[in-house]
Design a protein around this ligand. Structure first.
Ligand code: AMP
Length: 116
């Protein structure tokens, strides 16, 4: 699949719809189409970055920003106080199915440990 055919890049470009809960110049947050918890939101960078494996030193600021946005969004949707989980599936064994870096924000229920 060509880089610009990535489904999440299409969402950042507004080419396919998404239930967007937050966006700024560097990233966009939208509800997962197949939620695994009462709150399941994905936070993704606007720039093409396939996975955490592809992040370099120059992406450190972006990675920090994405985490700050996760906490902002958790506040916005009302799960910050009770708590939530942040997941970055990376590569095949990590269960990554979309080749564009994304942070899962999961909340609204008790999370179990270890994850499956
Ligand atoms: P991962 O398995 O970590 O790569 O996560 C990909 C996530 O993207 C899954 O939880 C999917 O349900 C979600 N997803 C795929 N396509 C869409 C879409 N068009 N809108 C919202 N979420 C999506």
């Amino acid at each position: 699949m060509a880089e610009n055919d990535n489904i999440f890049l299409k969402i950042t470009r507004g080419e396919i719809p998404a239930d967007i809960v937050y966006q700024d110049e560097r990233c966009i947050a939208f509800r997962d189409i197949n939620p695994q918890a009462p709150v399941h939101i994905l936070v993704i960078p606007r720039e093409a970055l396939e996975s955490l494996n592809d992040a370099s030193q120059s992406d450190e600021g972006l990675l920090g920003h994405l985490l700050r946005v996760v906490s902002k969004v958790a506040n916005k949707v009302g799960i910050a106080e009770k708590g939530y989980r942040v997941v970055i599936n990376t590569g095949q064994d990590g269960g990554q199915t979309v080749s564009h870096l994304h942070l899962h924000l999961l909340g609204g229920r008790d999370m179990t440990w270890p994850p499956g």
